[in-house]
Each structure stands twice: as C-alpha cells, then as structure tokens.
Design a protein around this ligand. Structure first.
Ligand SMILES: Cc1ncc(COP(=O)(O)O)c(C=O)c1O
Length: 351
C-alpha cells in the first residue's frame, strides 16, 4: 500500500475543528485589542507580556527557514522536541490499537510518550554495533505499525545510523518515519532535511536544546512536508511557545557563527576527553561519538557513578539499559570541567 497520509491520520484528528484563537482570527492593522481577554493595563513585568504570542511563531520560523533551507510551512515548533513526539502519537496512533517501533537503546521519550498515549511499543533492539537490525525490523512491521522512531546520532550510544538502512526504511515503510536529529550538529553525517521533498512519510526532529545551547527555552523543531505539519498544528495547544521563548529564540538565531564555534570547541573537547578516558584502567571502551556525549564502558559503572556523585560530578549511569551494561554516558563539558572529571577519575581506586 503506498503512503496515504489521510488514511494514516486518526479519524478524530481528520475531523477535528481546531481551536481558533483570537490571534488566529484577526489579521490586519489595529491598535485597540479587545478580542482575547488579556489584561489591557499591562503586566508587572513589561507592558509587552500582557498579550498572547503568535500561535504559529512566524518570525521565529522565518529565521529557522533561512538557516535550514526548509519552507516555513514545513516547520512545526513545539515546547521541546518532546511536544512534537507526543503530537505525532496523537495524530497517527489510535490508542489501544496501533503500534510503533522503537530501537533500543535509544531516547526514552519515544516509549514513555507511547505509554502515555496507550500505544503499543514494539522494540527492535539495535545490533551490538548499535545499528538497525533490518531483518528484525521488517518482521516487526504490521498493518497497525504507524511510526518508526529512529534517532541519529543516537542517544545514548552516540553513533549515527547507517544512511543506507534509513533510506531502505523510508522507501519501503508506508507509515511515518521519524528521524530524531537532536545531536546532528555534532556529527559529520548529513542531515535528512534535504531529503524531505523526496519522502512524504519523513519527519525530521531537531532542537534548540543541544548545539544552540537553549535547553531552558524549550523549543523543538519538526521538519516535514506541509501536509504533516498542518496536522501537527491542528493538534498543538494554541500558544505552545511563550512570547519570552520566541523573543529569545529570535535573538539567538542571529548568532549562527557563535554556535558553530561552540560546536567546534565541543567536538574538539570530545576527542580530547575520549583519549583521556581511554587511558584509564577502569575504562574498557569509549564508543565513537557523533554527539556531545560519550558512552563509556567501565569495569564498575555503579561504583564510578557513586564515586563521582560524591565529588559533585554527575554523569548518567546507563548500565541498566539494553546493550549498555557497564556504561556511563558522559556529556562533554567545558575544558575545565572535563579536566576536573579526568582528575577525579585518576584518583579513583578500584575496589
Ligand atoms: C534524542 C533526543 N531527542 C530529543 C531530546 C529532547 O529535546 P528537547 O529538549 O527539544 O525536548 C533529547 C534530550 O535529551 C534527546 O536526547
């Protein structure tokens, strides 16, 4: 069956009359706004925050469009990528009936969001090389499989998925293929964004939380064909990105060069940190990383985790995660933080 977005969309969403906000309905010039039950006197902060923000965040999207080369109508902004993930479930997965495929070890929200939406999760583990198990994937897909979640570079393994494998899925799966590229700026691999015109079933997720250094603003981006973006916009809460977040994002998006410089520094630090970690006795393996973190296999993950925490350094213990036995996930810090971490690890006495 070829890709049919209409058939894929849940009937209640297909038939939904979306909420129409005051800011949606009036377009034009006016200087007296008595349409949205805001506080006409202002606010205790500054007079601007008494007004609801642009529901479709057009100014922010125009800047993102210029940077990413995606038309404004192909961009959805969410309160973090996590909101986009949730909205994709609500758009395409009938609770209690449909299923999705996730490929552990991977980002946990695909599964949590499925559980919240009462959508069945089929797990197809990555291979020991942290690549897609194409045969197992083919076997897992059934008529009710609506979304395949791919994360590249993958969290927590740090590697990118083989592009050829992803293309095979895009060409053969009739549901939605989401490629979460939260860490793409730290990778030598190309984004799938240029492939969007070719694949009507593709959704690429990116975020301002990682390379852009704006995790606190909560702005996630979904890039897809206009038809998918329209569906996502119908579902989202009317004012899902606050005025403050929109204003700060607008400012930040003028600083591509500074962001590129931070990426260069973090990528350099990643290799310095990896080399230093490899020299330590308690480290069995540092996995290659295309992200701003390293997955590190150690002889005693829990012991190390507690030791570091006791010294005020927090890393992520991933030793209970599929295929990550004995592993810590360590975010690349500032040069000073990385130096401190290595010093602390050098002082660790193995039990
Ligand atoms: C793969 C991946 N996707 C998405 C996110 C969340 O991004 P956001 O901050 O935009 O919700 C994370 C956060 O760690 C992540 O690792």
């Amino acid at each position: 069956m070829p890709f049919d977005l209409n058939a894929l969309t849940r009937p209640n969403i297909r038939n939904l009359v979306p909420y129409s906000s005051a800011r949606d309905e009036f377009h034009g010039d006016a200087n007296i706004f008595l349409d949205a039950n805001e506080n006409s006197l202002g606010s205790p902060l500054t007079k601007w925050y008494n007004r609801y923000p642009d529901p479709l965040q057009m100014a922010v999207k125009e800047k993102i469009s210029a940077i990413k080369g995606v038309p404004v109508k192909g961009i959805f902004l969410g309160n973090g990528s996590d909101e986009a993930i949730d909205i994709l479930y609500r758009a395409f997965c009938e609770p209690g009936m449909d299923n999705v495929i996730v490929c552990p070890p991977t980002y946990g929200m695909y599964e949590v969001s499925a559980r919240i939406n009462n959508v069945m999760v089929k797990k197809v583990n990555l291979t020991p090389a942290f690549q897609l198990d194409m045969e197992a994937l083919e076997e897992a897909i059934d008529l009710n499989t609506k979304i395949i979640w791919l994360c590249s570079p993958n969290n927590p393994t740090g590697n990118s998925l083989n592009r050829k494998d992803v293309e095979v899925i895009l060409n053969n799966f009739d549901g939605i293929v989401v490629i979460d590229e939260a860490y793409i700026n730290f990778s030598r691999q190309r984004s799938f964004i240029p492939e969007l015109p070719e694949y009507p079933n593709l959704v690429v997720l990116q975020t301002l939380s990682k390379a852009w250094g704006l995790a606190a603003l909560r702005i996630g981006m979904a890039f897809a064909g206009e038809a998918i973006i329209q569906i996502m916009n119908r579902i989202k809460p009317p004012y899902n990105i606050s005025q403050a977040a929109q204003e700060l994002a607008l400012q930040a998006l003028d600083h591509v060069e500074e962001v590129n410089e931070m990426i260069r520094i973090l990528v350099d630090e990643r290799s310095t940190l990896a080399k230093a970690l490899e020299k330590l006795d308690m480290v069995e393996k540092v996995y290659p990383s295309d992200a701003n973190f390293l997955l590190v296999k150690t002889r005693d993950a829990s012991g190390l985790y507690n030791y570091l925490a006791g010294r005020g350094t927090v890393v992520r213990n991933r030793s209970n995660v599929t295929l990550c036995e004995g592993c810590l996930r360590i975010t690349v810090g500032t040069p000073a933080e990385n130096g401190q971490l290595i010093k602390q690890l050098e002082e660790y006495i193995m039990p």
